[in-house]
Structures are given as C-alpha cells and as structure tokens.
Design a binder for this molecule. Structure first.
Ligand code: DP6
Length: 356
C-alpha cells in the first residue's frame, strides 16, 4: 500500500496518560452506485451518496501505550470473536499509514443503532468509525501539523481500504467517491454540498421487506462485475448518470433526480440478475412497494422515489417539504408489506462525530 498519508513523525510518549474518546459514524445510502472495483479497492465508476443520521455505529475507545499492538474488542459490551478478527485485520493493515498502531493497546466497545438484520450497511458505518478513531489518535501523537480537512481525507482514505462505501460515510450531507468531472479522487471521498436547498435534509425511510441475511456479500458482488458482459456499458452509464444527477441536484430538479436514482437501483439489481452466478435479491413485496411509490407519485405529485441496496429492502427517498404526506403514504400503503411492519425512518445527517 503506497500512500502519501503515511505518518512519518510521531511521539508515543504523548499517550503516557492514555486517551479516551467516542466516535459516532453514520451509514450512507448510494444514489449513484459503486458496483465493480479493481486494484486496491478502487472504484470502477464515481459514486454519490447521502449520509444518514439515525443509522450509525458508536464506539468508545480507550487507548494506552504498549510494547506491541493489543486489541480488546467488545460488541454491545460482550466479547465477539468474529467481529474482533475483522477489526484486528483492519488495524494491522492500517499500521502502514498509522505506524503508532504497533505501540498501542486499544479497548473498544461498539454498537449499532440499527438491527443487524435490517440490511443497512454496517460495514460502511463501522469502517468509517475505526478509520476516524485512528485519525483521532494521530492528532495526539503526531509532531506534524495538519488541518481538519487533511484528517477527513485521511479517515476517508483508510475507511475505503476497509470497505469502499465507508469512504463516503465520513462526510456530512452528501459525498462523492471516485474520479469525476469535479476532480474527485479514486483514493478517498469528498463532501458534496453543491445541491439546491430543496434537497437539504432529504429523507430515507427504509422499508424492511425481509430481515433475512442477504444472499450475496458486496465483496462477492463486486467480483461479479469482473467478467460481466455489461460491465463496460454499466461503468459508462454510471458516469453519465453521475453527471446528470450533479446537474439535477444543483438545479433542484426532483423529477430528473427520481428518474436517475431509480434507474441506478434497478440497474444494480439488473446486473446482479444477469451475473454468473445470477442473484435475484428483490422479493415480491420489493416490487409491490416500488409500484406503489410510482403510482402514488403520479397521483399526488409528492416528491418521492426509491433506491435499493444489494438486498430486498426499499429505501424510500422523499423531500423534507413532503415529509408528512410521504409518511402517511408509508403508514397506509407500505408498512403492511414489511417484515414485522418495520420501517426505519432516517434522513440526511452530519457525518462522523468524535467526542473526547
Ligand atoms: C451496493 O462498500 O460494501 O451498497 O468495498 O467490497 O466493502 P466493499 O463493498 P461495499 O459495496 C457497496 C455496494 C452498494 C453500493 C454503494 O454503496 O455504492
């Protein structure tokens, strides 16, 4: 891993009194999907997401200096070996960029605000959490002088190596990852705040159609794009959709926004259906909800649309100005189609928050 983010000059004595802090890091929902990667977690097309608010990972960290890296990991206050291994792998890999990792003991207790079974991207929230924690420690031990923007970039860079979509969870409101007309980077995400005020606080109500584990992991899913017959067309479409969405966001054009966001969701699922092996992750109620959203939009002109992640649950996106009308529709027309009538209401949020 070669990077110009590697910390060169630090002083571990600065941890003599230990360090304690909490990191709250959100999940995000992609409007332009990252699906397909190469090299070291580099995206085949630019992606754009809304940072969520209520779906987050919160972790308390206690850091002490030590003669070697040690990890004491708890999930929801209980030891969890499976998660511990993933966290350990992340920290060991991160040692190239954060060399002080070899000299610290980390005690962590992590929990998610959302149920594991909801299909909300917990890896995005958790990888953003660990990466931000490393930056927080660096701020204490470093002898170098960097501003806040540098640390956001570095956290996003490190989060990306853990999980691509996590790179976008660092930032408030909206984020972009991958090379684009805006001069954004493959290596880390940047904040995107060039949108009309109608999109401020945009809502995402997640209709939980099924709480079963999804049948394709995103890592396996990305690999399906390597030999996919439509790969080239997909990456071209994604870039075109990305550019059109930038314009719709800037000009406050909800109709174009809805058209592109829905097309991205269906294209993602179309690609999976057409992969080898093939995956159908939508369920009958996924389609029923989609049809009801479209019908409701035509009948009422409500600024509402849908997107999907790599699973059956429907992310119902609507503008803040239509929140009351959209929530009534969800209560009356969508809830009964969800597992245990579960709909998780969320909206645009503020990115990672660190508290000492
Ligand atoms: C469909 O970021 O979970 O949610 O980089 O392998 O960890 P890895 O994949 P991941 O992929 C996310 C795929 C997606 C679309 C998106 O969030 O852009």
């Amino acid at each position: 891993m070669s990077t110009n983010f590697t910390l060169i000059d630090f002083d571990i004595d600065k941890l003599d009194n230990g360090l304690e802090f909490t990191v709250k890091s959100p999940s995000n929902i992609a409007l332009i999907k990252y699906w397909g990667k190469y090299g070291e977690q580099l995206p085949s097309n630019p992606s754009l997401s809304v940072t969520l608010n209520n779906a987050y990972t919160q972790t308390t960290y206690k850091i002490q200096r030590s003669s070697e890296f040690e990890l004491d990991f708890k999930f929801e206050s209980k030891p969890n070996d499976k998660f511990k291994q993933r966290v350990e792998k992340f920290f060991k890999r991160a040692a190239v960029v954060f060399p002080f990792i070899e000299n610290i003991k980390v005690e962590m207790d992590s929990h998610n605000s959302f149920p594991h079974s909801s299909g909300i991207a917990s890896s995005a929230a958790s990888m953003a959490n660990f990466a931000s924690a490393l930056c927080e420690i660096e701020k204490v031990v470093t002898n170098e002088d960097h501003d806040e923007e540098y640390y956001l970039m570095k956290a996003s860079f490190m989060a990306r190596l853990g999980s691509g979509s996590a790179s976008r969870s660092i930032y408030p409101k909206m984020a972009i990852w991958g090379k684009s007309v805006l001069g954004s980077s493959q290596d880390y995400a940047i904040v995107h705040d060039q949108f009309d005020e109608i999109f401020e606080g945009i809502c995402d109500s997640i209709a939980i159609v099924s709480s079963k584990e999804k049948s394709v992991s995103s890592t396996a899913g990305h690999a399906l794009m390597n030999e996919h017959p439509f790969a080239k067309t997909r990456f071209m479409n994604a870039s075109n959709n990305f550019n059109k969405l930038l314009f719709a966001l800037k000009t406050g054009d909800f109709n174009t926004f809805a058209k592109i966001v829905e097309s991205e969701a269906l294209e993602l699922h179309g690609l999976m259906m057409n992969s080898d092996p093939s995956f159908i992750l939508m369920e009958p109620n996924t389609l029923e909800i989609i049809n009801r959203i479209r019908e409701f939009r035509v009948q009422t002109n409500c600024a509402i649309c849908f997107t999907l992640d790599a699973g059956p649950n429907v992310h119902i996106m609507y503008l803040k100005k239509d929140e009351k009308q959209a929530k009534e529709f969800i209560d009356q027309e969508v809830k009964s189609l969800c597992a245990d009538s579960l709909v998780i209401h969320d909206h645009m949020g503020n990115g990672v928050i660190v508290e000492r």
